[in-house]
Design a protein around this ligand. Structure first.
Ligand code: NDP
Length: 261
């Protein structure tokens, strides 16, 4: 039996354990996926090894620290400089980032795209901007303050005050505006001018309809929330955990896991 865990703070709300355990049960495996509230991120590697985990996912706010604690970092996680999935190989921690590909799989119905605007400049914006750039989609970033924009030197970046809206096919909200309030991710006049010429809207928030998505729907944009991104980052992590490709039935079991209360 292999043991897996989600590290984060907080972690009690997370649907990842249900999603992964549903897939293990569906495949007849005895493996278990649990959660671990990590207060001191500097202890991530030590705790991982002490619990004899075979693999783990890392969530907010520890993805950057996880990147630094891995013995080896693979593929796009190197560019993003953040890790959300770890597997153990001979007591070495190997880090991956499945958020980026998970996002890209979740917008497949919107492709092909020429350009996109990402609102927000945190961890999820880093993963999403990287995967869009790798797929030759032109990306601009809009954030309310300057500081985090320093992490996006390869992109056109603006704050609300110096932003001149142009035509973007896809608008992406990666801020937490709307998560626990009724805020839009930028001032309403900016959002409205963007909506006029956009085709699609995506919100990384997954468990509710945000004011951003509500407004985009009212203006007939094709909209998507972050549920499929959550699912597909989990599917890709599960494939790394089990070193196998999973089929549609197992993905369906994970989807059911996400819907369990
Ligand atoms: P971070 O904390 O790293 O970044 C948050 C960003 O949002 C910052 O740029 C911040 O701006 C901006 N922001 C926060 N509040 C507001 C507000 N009220 N108005 C405008 N801008 C705001 O967060 P993450 O990138 O890790 O996560 C962002 C969201 O994405 C969360 O809601 C999270 O749940 C969701 N998410 C979903 C995933 C999925 O699989 N569906 C995966 C990962 C995240 P400033 O720099 O000015 O502070």
């Amino acid at each position: 039996m292999n043991l897996f865990a989600l590290f984060g703070n907080p972690v009690s709300h997370s649907k990842s354990p249900r999603m992964h355990n549903c897939a293990f049960r569906h495949l007849g495996l005895k493996d278990i996926y649990t959660r671990y509230k990590l207060e001191d991120p500097s202890k991530l590697k030590e705790i991982f090894l002490k619990l004899q985990l075979s693999g783990a996912n890392i969530t907010v706010p520890h993805k950057e620290v996880a990147y630094l604690q891995c013995d080896e970092v693979c593929k796009i996680a190197k560019d993003i400089k953040a890790v959300n999935t770890i597997i153990r190989k001979n007591d070495k921690l190997i880090g991956y980032n499945t958020d980026a590909d998970g996002f890209y799989m979740s917008i497949k119905d919107m492709l092909p795209l020429k350009n996109a605007l990402i609102i927000g400049a945190g961890g999820s914006a880093k993963a999403i901007s990287c995967i869009l750039k790798n797929n030759n989609i032109e990306v601009s970033i809009l954030n309310r303050s300057k500081e985090k924009l320093k992490n996006f030197t390869d992109f056109q970046t603006n704050t609300w005050t110096n932003f001149k809206p142009k035509k973007y096919e896809l608008l992406i909200n990666t801020t937490s505006a709307g998560l626990n309030d009724d805020e839009l991710p930028a001032p309403k006049d900016i959002i409205l001018s963007l909506i006029k010429s956009a085709k699609f809207a995506f919100d990384a928030i997954y468990h509710k309809q945000t004011p951003f998505i509500k407004l985009c729907k009212q203006h007939n944009l094709t909209c998507k929330n972050g549920e499929d991104m959550l699912l597909y980052q989990g599917v890709l992590a599960f494939e790394l955990f089990t070193d196998s490709k999973i089929n549609a039935d197992t993905i369906n079991a994970m989807k059911i896991g996400l819907q369990l209360k």
